[in-house]
Structures are given as C-alpha cells and as structure tokens.
Design a binder for this molecule. Structure first.
Ligand code: BG6
Length: 490
C-alpha cells in the first residue's frame, strides 16, 4: 500500500473517537495499514502529541471491536499519531501544517507524497477547508478527500457544495462516505449476485413480486435535536442510506465488474427510478412522527417532548415509500422502503418476496391453502448478519398442507469488520467502489426533492405513531393496497 499521510480534521470529535480510531486500530492489527503511515489530527483545542495519543488510546479501549491486548503493538500504532492546532478559516495554520507534513514525509523518505484529507467536521466547513487545502499548497501532491454525509440539504445546496469542492478536488479524488455501503452484508450483495446463477436468474420481474427495504431503529432523536429537527428521516436516512441499499440490490452487474461498472449500474437504477409526481405523493409516501410509547419495556417520550424539539414541529421521524424502477428487469415490481426512529426493534433488512405460481395458476382449492407461503429471500444487514430463504414443502403430518421451511445462515459478529474499517481501507487503497459517486448523490436528491417540497408545504399528512411499534397504520395500508404486507413485523 502506498505511504499515506492521513490528515484528520475534527480529530477530537465524536466520530473520530467512536469510529475512525477504532477502525484504524483494527486495520493495523490485521496488517492493513500502509507501512509508512502518519495520522495528523487537527482541532481547535491545544493538545500535546502525548495527550492526543492517550485520548486515542482511551477511545480504542472504549470502542474498538477487538480488545487492546498487545502493549507493544499499541505503542507502535500510536507512534504514527501527531496533533496540530488548526483553525479551519486561517490560511496560516494550513501553511504551518504543510511544513509539518513535508518534514514528516522527508523523515520517512517518502518521494511521492500521498495525502488523505478526512473531513470529520460539519458540512458548513467543507468548502473553506477544501479551498484552504488548495491555496496553501497542501493539495499539490497525490491527494484524496474523504467526506461524510450530509452532502447538501436539498438538490440545489448539494449541487452548490459539489461545485465548490470540485474546484479543489476532482471527482476521482473525492470519497463520499455512506456508512451503509461499508456494512459487510451490503458489500456482499454484489458478490452474491455475481457468483450465484441461482440468484442471477431470478433477479427480474418475472419471478419477484416485491422488494421490501427496512431500516428500523429503536433510538429516538437522542442529543441531536438541532440537526435532526431540520433534516428528518427523509434527509437523514432515506435520501442516502435507503436509496443506496436500493441501488445495490437492484443493479444487474456483469460477472466481472470493477468500481466503475458498479457505480455505472447504480446510476442506471437511479435514472430508471420513476419520479414521484407531486399529486401522487400522499399515495406513495407516508410520513410519520413518533408519540410516547414503550420500547423493550421502557417508556419513552414522544418526539414533541424531546429536549430541543419545538412543540409544533412537523418533522418526520418515519418515512415509508413505494418506488418503481422503470426498466426491463424491474418494471411492475414495487420496491417498498421504510425507515423510522423509535420503532419496535433495531433491524435493517431487505426482503425479496417471490411470486406464487401455484396461487396464480391453480384453481385447485388445496393449492390455495392458507399455509402456503411465498418464497422469500432475506438479507439481514444489522444488527445480525444473515441470509434466509423460505421455501415451501409438504407437512408430513397433515398430508396436503404446505409447510414453509427456512434455510438460514447467520454470521458471527465478532470477526466481522465494521463498516468504517471496510471504507477507510478502501479509501487508503483508492478504491471508490463503495463510496457514493456524485451522479448517485445528485440523482438521489433529484428524486427526493418533490417529497422535500411536499413535506415543507405540508401537503401530505403527518401520521403520528406510537413509539415501540412498526410505524403508522398508513405504512401497512401502503402495501395492503397492492395485496402485500411488511414481512417480520411481529
Ligand atoms: C446515521 C444517521 O447516518 O445512521 C442516524 O444520521 C442513524 O440518525 C444512523 O441513527 C443509523 O446507522 P446504523 O448503522 O446504526 O443503522
């Protein structure tokens, strides 16, 4: 792997502590960091290198998926960490940083500098930082920019942001993190489809009745009222994570596909997504907001009673949608997507429900037996990872009756890398496959924009739902209209 200077803006922030340092440490244990690796942490606070390292160590002890056991290894890992004070708006600070980096590159005898700028800061700083990286000369080397969502607030602001970033970084140099693309099961969707003719052959409207993509969370707004009350579930989860899951699932990939091909196919899915018409929004989009309720035996407050939320807020904490992909493979197959806070359980999964040929073709009453169930293929994404296939067989005790059986595969969590490990490793290798390309981001905002407008104008109902449930009844009705129901709501 190429020598890398990892320049981390927001080095004292929450994301760095919870996700980035533990991810780097686990990559280090697995021998997946470059030999010549330096991390320069940046923040407004004055910190010595020693204090910074001890803070990093603390975060590993608290958040690393694998315990910190080898003191010598830990010491070697921490030696790569340095800290610099930086005010994002002060060009002088960037010039000083450039000196520090160049000195370090010389010490390590790096002849071809390679710098990765990771912006673990609010999006309001992206533009300033990118411009200062360029103006200071920090960017005059091989470089990459890693940024986290949100990429904009709506279509226009996303375009503005991208235009500003592109003055300092080319598209090939920008790695937009959508952490759902780092989840191991999501990364496996590609390989599952490519290497299994059994799935390949079925991946069409000929066999598939509908697809259900769910990301339920039990947490509420937490301490993020200031952010969440402005964005809602539609911007926080739907525009990015949920549409990324849809793209990953619905893409038809050739057997050998590189990053470019994967992203090209994802873009094709977005282009084929039927735009939701203004007058149809209420019929295909359900927005909800949680009321007080009980989750796993614990009473929880309603959204409007959460600290920092205005008592009149119309913000969405739940969204369900019916989408149609108008292409050769998927025409006529509804894709149902839902995500919400304060739901009954934490679960992210994709359910593929197959057509029922017996029901469709047979007039025989026995074949219509209520015990017959459709074939289901389920990808469990989190918290557990797994794949389940539901087939029909015959119940030996009740001759003639169908009996659904489950072929189940579950993976243990302990040995599975976390999303951030996968993504940081890919970014270090310069592999953009599991990062959101600008085209995907732009098309997602474009698709979502009429919904944002309708929410803003309050032209769609806001359905209250009790915390600890699966969302408003209108979300069930959305599927019932088509003769379906959400699977696994128990
Ligand atoms: C984040 C959202 O992107 O994803 C959060 O901002 C949400 O609101 C989180 O809780 C969910 O991620 P995960 O990995 O726990 O499903």
């Amino acid at each position: 792997m190429e020598p890398t200077t990892f320049v981390l803006f927001g080095a004292t922030g929450d994301l760095a502590k919870r996700k980035i340092y533990p991810a780097l440490y686990n990559l280090f244990i697995d021998g997946k960091l470059p030999e010549a690796f330096t991390l320069i942490g940046l923040g407004r606070r004055e910190l010595t290198n020693e204090t910074f390292r001890s803070n990093v160590e603390q975060s590993l002890r608290t958040y690393s998926r694998r315990e910190v056991q080898d003191p010598a290894g830990l010491e070697r890992f921490l030696q790569a960490f340095r800290y610099n004070v930086l005010d994002v708006g002060r060009i002088e600070d960037y010039l000083k940083l450039l000196q520090v980096i160049e000195q370090r590159e010389q010490e390590l005898r790096i002849t071809k500098p390679n710098r990765m700028f990771y912006l673990s800061v609010g999006p309001e700083h992206f533009e300033t930082i990118a411009a200062n990286i360029q103006a200071s000369g920090l960017g005059s080397a091989q470089k990459r920019l890693v940024i986290e969502k949100p990429f904009g607030y709506d279509l226009q602001s996303a375009r503005d942001l991208n235009q500003k970033l592109s003055k300092a970084f080319s598209e090939e140099e920008i790695f937009r993190i959508d952490h759902y693309l780092g989840k191991p099961m999501v990364q496996k969707l590609e390989i599952l489809q490519q290497s299994n003719p059994v799935l390949q052959a079925l991946w069409t409207n000929r066999y598939i009745a509908n697809v259900q993509i769910t990301a339920n969370e039990t947490v509420g707004v937490e301490e993020r009222a200031g952010y969440y009350d402005h964005v809602g579930a539609v911007r926080d989860m739907f525009q990015n994570h949920m549409l990324q899951l849809l793209m990953m699932l619905a893409s038809h990939l050739p057997n050998h596909s590189d990053s470019e091909m994967v992203r090209f196919k994802k873009k094709k899915v977005m282009e084929a997504l039927e735009p939701v018409q203004k007058q149809e929004i209420s019929a295909s989009i359900i927005r909800g907001q949680y009321k007080a309720g009980t989750i796993q035996g614990k009473p929880v407050a309603g959204y409007l009673d959460e600290p920092g939320i205005a008592s009149t807020s119309m913000n969405d904490t739940f969204i369900a949608a019916r989408l149609q992909i108008d292409d050769y493979f998927w025409r006529g197959v509804p894709f149902y997507i839902r995500t919400g806070k304060r739901m009954k359980e934490k679960s992210t999964r994709i359910v593929i429900e197959f057509k029922e040929p017996l029901k469709e073709t047979s007039k025989d009453a026995q074949a219509q037996d209520h015990t017959q169930a459709p074939n289901l293929l389920v990808f469990e994404i989190s918290p557990d990872e797994g794949i389940m296939l539901q087939l029909n067989t015959r119940d030996p005790k009740h001759k003639g009756e169908f009996k659904p059986i489950h072929i189940d595969f579950h993976e243990s969590h302990e040995d599975t890398p976390e999303a951030y490990e996968n993504l940081i490793h890919d970014a270090l290798n310069g592999d953009p496959k599991f990062f959101a390309h600008w085209d995907e981001v732009e098309l997602s905002w474009q698709w979502v924009q009429p919904i944002l407008d309708a929410f803003q104008a309050n032209t769609v109902p806001l359905y209250p739902y009790e915390a600890g449930t699966y969302g408003p009844a209108a979300s069930d009705a959305l599927l019932a209209e088509d003769g379906y129901h959400w699977w696994f709501d128990e």
